[in-house]
Design a protein around this ligand. Structure first.
Ligand code: UT7
Length: 323
């Protein structure tokens, strides 16, 4: 028998403030047509005053708990993927623990930028597989609007805020690809590419800083690395592309999503796409897409799902799971 980390609940939270592409035309030399055609983004949500990474994460976590019919104290651990924690420390995860009223267990952040949710899922899977936790809330939450340089048209039109959460539970499986839960993971990073995507602030500068990105350089890495990591994870899971019901990719750019699907030999009908409505929400994008995909009726129990993401570091990876 194999212990599997099975999804028993999911939920998401999006700030109420929606900003359409056209709104940027008033302050920047840009237009809706450029943003749509280069990225696939049409609108994004931005956090309002008082909304933070931890408050959005808590809202998504509550939705996942309610979906599972469980209480905060039924959970052993919170793993929160974010690069925009409310403070340098404590972790946003411990703030969520407090906001949920959870008085036991443990909580910590995982920081792998846009690949953060894949890294968090893999870590949560390891906690469950090793018996260190029976139920883990895995959350992705970001307020990238707080690290945008609003004068830089090449970045500020691309990102958005939001949060998504999965509740994973230890369940017995047979040890083959028919099991529900996480079947395989693949994680990678290459710190030589730090300059392609980074924030120019932090404890070494005494500022929060702004996101800086050489978008076309990141793009060049993205499709090849995403297809490779997804293929590795599928091989480890003992499945092939023809077994896959849904690719749920990081939602950075529709052209990257399409290019990766093509390389994996999967039609766009098998891809959950939310980039048009959310923009790039970094570590929140995959759990948001999973939750929205389920709400749309796309993702159903027993579906085989491949998630893949790449971002600052560079860091990238994939997770294969059966819903
Ligand atoms: O999630 C983490 C990982 N990040 C990503 O995956 C992002 C990957 N990169 C991308 O999505 C794309 O590279 C972008 C959407 C960022 C940019 O698309 P691109 O086709 O690679 O365009 P580019 O950066 O090569 O820029 C083309 C032109 C430039 O003008 P010139 O030099 O050709 O005259 C830019 O200055 O578009 C210009 N440009 C804009 N024009 C209007 C850049 N931003 C804008 C803008 N509006 N907002």
């Amino acid at each position: 028998m194999t212990t599997r980390a099975v999804v028993v609940g999911c939920g998401h939270y999006l700030p109420t403030r929606v900003v359409e592409n056209a709104e940027f035309e008033a302050t920047l030399d840009t237009d809706d047509q450029w943003i749509r055609s280069r990225s696939g983004i049409e609108r994004r949500h931005f956090a309002s005053e008082g909304e933070t990474t931890s408050t959005m994460a808590t809202a998504a976590a509550k939705a996942a708990l309610e979906d599972a019919g469980l209480q905060p104290d039924d959970v052993d651990a919170i793993v929160l993927a974010t690069s925009t924690a409310d403070f340098t420390f404590p972790s946003a995860a411990t703030m969520v623990q407090d906001q949920l009223g959870m008085t036991q267990g443990y909580a910590f952040d995982v920081q792998a930028v846009c690949a953060g949710f894949v890294f968090a899922l893999s870590n949560a899977n390891a906690l469950i597989a090793s018996g260190q936790a029976k139920r883990v809330l895995v959350i992705g939450s970001e307020t990238f609007s707080k690290i945008m340089d609003w004068t830089d048209r090449s970045t500020c039109v691309l990102f958005g805020d939001g949060a998504g959460a999965l509740l994973l539970e230890a369940q017995d499986g047979n040890g083959d690809a028919s099991d529900r839960g996480i079947l395989a993971t693949d994680l990678n990073s290459d710190g030589r590419h730090r300059e392609l995507l980074y924030v120019d602030g932090g404890v070494s500068t005494g500022t929060t800083g702004y996101l800086r990105m050489q978008g076309n350089q990141v793009f060049r890495h993205a499709v090849a690395k995403l297809a490779a990591t997804a293929t590795t994870a599928m091989e480890r899971a003992g499945v092939t592309a023809s077994d896959v019901d849904w690719i749920v990719p990081h939602q950075a750019n529709i052209r990257i999503i399409q290019g990766t699907a093509k390389k994996l030999d999967l039609p766009m009908e098998n891809v959950v796409v939310t980039v048009q409505d959310h923009g790039n929400t970094s570590a929140a994008s995959i759990p948001l897409a999973l939750s929205v995909g389920r709400a749309r009726g796309q993702i159903k129990p027993n579906d085989l799902i491949v998630t893949e993401a790449i971002g600052g570091g560079l860091a990238w990876g994939a997770v294969v799971l059966r819903w």
